[in-house]
Write a protein that binds this ligand. Structure first.
Ligand code: NAP
Length: 288
C-alpha cells in the first residue's frame, strides 16, 4: 500500500483549497510550528513539514525555543499563538524534554487550531464522533485504508501500541468504522495469538521489526506506523509481506499520509476561521 501517491493527491487538493482561501480572504493559511531544543530528528521533521507547507501555499511560522524552556514559558508561547488571528494551525513537535509537562503544553492549543489532533478535546470529539481534528497519523492511516477500499466493518483490527497520539486514537477511528478493535501493549499476554487472529494489524510500537510474518494471518492487511532510526518500521517487511494481503512499506507508507493530513487539516482550519465558503470538493478532515 503505497502512501506516496494518495498523499500527493491530498496535498494537491489542499494546495488548491489554500489558493482559494487566499483569494477569498487575502490571507494564506498559516501553520505555526513550535520546537523545543535541537534534537536532530525533530529538527528534520519540522523542516520537512514546513517545506511541504510552503510548496502547498501554506505559510509557516517557526518558533524555536531553547532546550532549557520550562512548561510555563512553553504554555505562554502556545497560548499566544492560540490567540493570534494570523495563525490557523499549531504544531508542537514532540516529544518535548522530560522536564516539560507535555500534556499542559498540548492543552494550550486552541481546539480550532489543533490541526495535529493532540488535545484532550480533539480526542474526545473524535471518540464521540463530533467535529474535531484527528491526530494526524491515525487520520492518515484511515484515509490510506479508504484509498485501498479496505472494508473495516465487522473486521477484527489489532492495534499494537496505545499512545495518546497514535494507537489509542487510531483504535477509536477504526471502532467508528465498525471494526472490532483489540488494543495490545507491553502488558498484553500472548500478543502473537491476537495479531494472528486479526484481519487488520497496525504496528505502532516504536521497536524495529517487532512484528514478524509469523504474527500475521494469511491475507491480513498490515499497517506499519513505526519509524525507527535507519528508516526501519515496526514490522519485518520481508517476512510479513509473504503472509499479508496488503502491507505498507517504510518509508513511503504511513509517513507521507501523516504529513498530507496535517496540511489538509491546516487548510481546513484556516478556511473555517476565516469564514470561507464551504467547498464540497475539498474533503473535510473531520474525524468521523
Ligand atoms: P510510544 O508512545 O513509545 O508508544 C509505544 C507503544 O507500544 C506503547 O503503547 C507501548 O505499550 C507499546 N509497546 C512497547 N513495547 C511493547 C511490547 N513489547 N509489546 C507490545 N506493545 C509494546 O510510541 P508512539 O509515539 O505511539 O510511536 C510508535 C511508533 O510510530 C514509533 O516507531 C514512532 O516513530 C512511529 N510514529 C510514526 C509516525 C509517522 O508519521 N509515520 C508518527 C508518530 C509515530 P505501553 O503503553 O504498555 O508502554
Amino acid at each position: 500500500m503505497d502512501g506516496i501517491a494518495p498523499a500527493r493527491r491530498i496535498i494537491d487538493q489542499a494546495a488548491q483549497r489554500a489558493a482559494t482561501v487566499n483569494e477569498q480572504t487575502g490571507q494564506a493559511p498559516c501553520l505555526a510550528t513550535v520546537l523545543v531544543g535541537e534534537d536532530p530528528a525533530s529538527v528534520t521533521y519540522v523542516r520537512m513539514k514546513r517545506a511541504r507547507c510552503e510548496k502547498a501555499g501554506i505559510r509557516s511560522r517557526h518558533v524555536a525555543l531553547p532546550a532549557t524552556t520550562g512548561t510555563a514559558e512553553l504554555v505562554d508561547t502556545i497560548s499566544a499563538l492560540s490567540h493570534d488571528p494570523e495563525v490557523h494551525g499549531i504544531l508542537l513537535q514532540h516529544p518535548v524534554g522530560p522536564h516539560i509537562d507535555e500534556r499542559a503544553a498540548f492543552e494550550a492549543i486552541a481546539p480550532e487550531k489543533d490541526v495535529d489532533g493532540v488535545t484532550t478535546r480533539s480526542f474526545a470529539a473524535m471518540s464521540f464522533g463530533l467535529n474535531g481534528f484527528a491526530s494526524c497519523t491515525p487520520g492518515g492511516i484511515v484515509r490510506l485504508l479508504e484509498h485501498y477500499d479496505v472494508d473495516l466493518a465487522g473486521k477484527h483490527a489489532a492495534v499494537v501500541g496505545r499512545s495518546a497520539i497514535l494507537g489509542k486514537p487510531l483504535g477509536m477511528l477504526l471502532l467508528a468504522r465498525n471494526a472490532t478493535v483489540t488494543y495490545c501493549h507491553s502488558h498484553t499476554i500472548d500478543l502473537p495469538s491476537i495479531t494472528r487472529d486479526a484481519d487488520i494489524v497496525v504496528a505502532a510500537v516504536g521497536r524495529p521489526r517487532f512484528l514478524l510474518g509469523d504474527h500475521i494471518k494469511p491475507g491480513a492487511v498490515v499497517i506499519d506506523a513505526g519509524y525507527n532510526p535507519g528508516n526501519i518500521g515496526d514490522v519485518d517487511f520481508e517476512s510479513a509481506s509473504r503472509r499479508a494481503g496488503l502491507i505498507t512499506p517504510v518509508p513511503g507508507g504511513v509517513g507521507p499520509m501523516t504529513i498530507a493530513t496535517l496540511l489538509a487539516q491546516t487548510v481546513d482550519a484556516a478556511a473555517q476561521q476565516l469564514g470561507c465558503t464551504p467547498d464540497e470538493s475539498f474533503p473535510h478532515f473531520r474525524s468521523n
